[in-house]
Ligand binder design. Structure first.
Ligand code: SF4
Ligand code: SF4
Length: 126
């Protein structure tokens, strides 16, 4: 009777750990894995389509300065700000973007101890 639990403990002690020592050890992600967004503010036409299609209200349009074409100074328009805590990484925002200026990258390393870091201003997505 007592041998069965002992055998179980011994078996699991001999098993390889199922967790990794992050960040020294990292899991190999599938090619289809989606990470943080990248935004090209110069080609964004400020249409808000990404914010409208987002199923989880992850994107809000906020005012931000951007560099105008041919480096003729800066102007202010509305661009997507993304709250990564709410993101489902579904890529609907990327699909709907008419100028392909908003894309999801393979970068999944945006961990932080401060929740405020997950709200990405447009400039931080460039
Ligand atoms: S990937 Fe999906 S959930 Fe995340 S911001 Fe885009 S539309 Fe919203
Ligand atoms: S990122 Fe794309 S969909 Fe979003 S406001 Fe800019 S152009 Fe429109």
């Amino acid at each position: 009777m007592i041998l069965q639990p002992i055998a179980k403990v011994a078996k699991s002690a001999l098993k390889k750990p199922t967790t990794l020592e992050y960040p020294e050890q990292k899991e190999k992600l599938a090619d289809t894995y989606r990470g943080i967004h990248k935004l090209d503010m110069r080609t964004c036409i400020n249409c808000s389509a990404c914010a409208k299609i987002c199923p989880n209200q992850t994107i809000v349009m906020v005012e931000a300065d951007y560099e105008t074409a041919f480096h003729q100074g800066t102007a202010t328009k509305i661009f997507p700000e993304i709250n990564l805590e709410r993101c489902l990484f579904c890529a609907l925002c990327e699909e709907v973007c008419p100028t392909e200026c908003l894309v999801l990258t393979k970068d999944t390393e945006f961990e932080s101890f401060d929740r405020r870091d997950f709200i990405k201003r447009p400039e931080a997505l460039e």
